[in-house]
Design a protein around this ligand. Structure first.
Ligand SMILES: [Zn+2]
Length: 433
């Protein structure tokens, strides 16, 4: 980007903040300033004090009976970087165990998030191990509320005890070279799902949606990674992969594959979203698409407004190599930390998505591929800008209410909330392990 455009972008950012608040933050690193606009810092997004939405009693009943299984939650970024426990109820951000229970969540993919900042100095494996250690320690510390699930039976067993089930899932790269021994080690530690791309960057064996392709999808070693994940019974997550990579993975994989947090390109035309033809192909082989809950995937009007404010797309990570150059892993931690929790931006009411707009996107997918191939993958605390009136995970019943307004049956609503994902997890983990 040219300097003048950068200045304009910075000015727009500044205009969004009060002068005093902007000055108090102006000494922060660019990432922190970005976080103020895109993933705003927690202090700017009121969670408590914001009125609870009105939900119909029928929706509350159905939601209360449903098993909600969220395929993508940034549950522990805040705790990894800033300390604290996932069991402590927070007044900011989207998600903690207490509020998740209130929103009806019974199980969730716990994202082991290894962002791009760790790749240029090849810290990705080290960071994966640190994050898995942290996740397992957090689960142990909160064992009265949550347990690690290694398969679908575990999810049901844990749920029967009245606890939440957590499935370890890596978002990003555990090793840019895709070492199969490291993959097996991580599986032994409890990892049950992994992304094909390195978040928005290419792996050395598979292409991302949002970088210049290097492998035309998968290199031969990428095919080895897929086969090994099949053999281990791991879930293959194609969110953030390139269209070619997704298509080749679907062709190759013996198990169905999942896009844990996604949207439809025919709704919002961004490379992070899935073309209709690819969704049909994914579903035809038993796959699932989890819908990211934010407007950036589901509502072009708000996406365009936000992108204009920010001066770049949310998946543009081109400035990262310069920012992390020469830094130690601990210095990279410090650079990344201010982003979390990342609850999404404030937007004017005039461009804001309504919950019915969001459900319309899910509905479009159901019209195309049927109700057995849709799921929830919120991305809570990973940056989604929520629908009007939705505070955080507590307000998931707003979606049930909107689905009822659309005339959905309880069976269809249950499939979307968790029955499809549980079926998928069972199929993948039992078919090959
Ligand atoms: Zn993601």
């Amino acid at each position: 980007m040219q300097a003048s455009a950068l200045q304009v972008s910075a000015l727009r950012r500044a205009q969004l903040l009060t002068r005093r608040r902007f000055l108090s933050y102006s000494a922060l690193a660019p990432a922190a300033l970005d976080a103020l606009i895109w993933g705003q810092t927690s202090s700017q997004v009121p969670a408590v004090g914001h009125a609870a939405p009105h939900i119909s009693s029928q929706a509350l009943d159905i939601h209360g009976r449903a098993f909600v299984f969220d395929a993508h939650v940034h549950a522990l970024d805040r705790e990894f970087y800033n300390g604290g426990s996932m069991g402590t109820r927070k007044t900011d951000g989207h998600w903690d165990l207490s509020r998740a229970r209130e929103g009806g969540e019974g199980a969730f993919f716990l994202s082991v998030f290894v962002p791009e900042e760790y790749y240029p100095s090849r810290f990705e494996t080290r960071q994966t191990l640190r994050r898995v250690d942290h996740a397992l320690r957090q689960l142990e510390e909160n064992r009265n509320l949550v347990e690690l699930a290694l398969n679908a039976d575990d999810v049901e067993r844990i749920r029967a005890k009245g606890k939440m089930a957590a499935v370890l899932d890596i978002e990003g790269s555990y090793d840019l070279d895709g070492d199969l021994g490291i993959l097996r080690d991580l599986h032994r530690m409890g990892l049950r799902a992994a992304q094909i791309s390195a978040h928005n960057w290419n792996q050395n064996y598979a292409d991302s949606c949002c970088s210049t392709p290097k492998s035309n999808g998968l290199k031969p070693h990428g095919r080895d990674v897929i086969r090994e994940m099949n053999r281990l019974g791991m879930m293959i997550n194609v969110s953030h992969a390139s269209d070619d990579a997704i298509s080749q993975v679907i062709d190759l994989s013996e198990s169905p594959v999942i896009a844990t947090h996604h949207g439809l390109r025919s709704v919002n035309n961004i490379p992070r979203n899935m073309p209709d033809a690819l969704l049909k192909k994914l579903a035809a082989k038993g796959g699932l698409i989890g819908f990211q809950i934010g407007s950036e995937f589901a509502y072009p009007k708000e996406y365009e407004w936000l992108t204009a404010q920010r001066g770049k797309t949310f998946f543009d990570t081109s400035n990262i190599p310069d920012r992390v150059k020469g830094k130690t892993i601990y210095e990279v931690d410090q650079l990344v930390a201010p982003q979390f929790p990342m609850p999404g931006a404030r937007v004017p009411d005039s461009v804001m998505m309504a919950v019915d707009d969001w459900v319309a996107v899910v509905d479009k997918a159901i019209q195309m591929v049927g109700e057995d191939h849709v799921a929830l993958g919120t991305d809570f605390d990973g940056g989604p800008t929520l629908a009007r009136g939705m505070r955080d995970v507590r307000d998931l019943p707003m979606i049930t209410d909107a689905m009822l307004r659309r005339g959905y049956t309880e069976e269809r609503i249950d499939k979307f909330w968790g029955a499809n994902l549980l079926r998928f997890f069972r199929q993948v983990s039992q078919q090959h392990s």
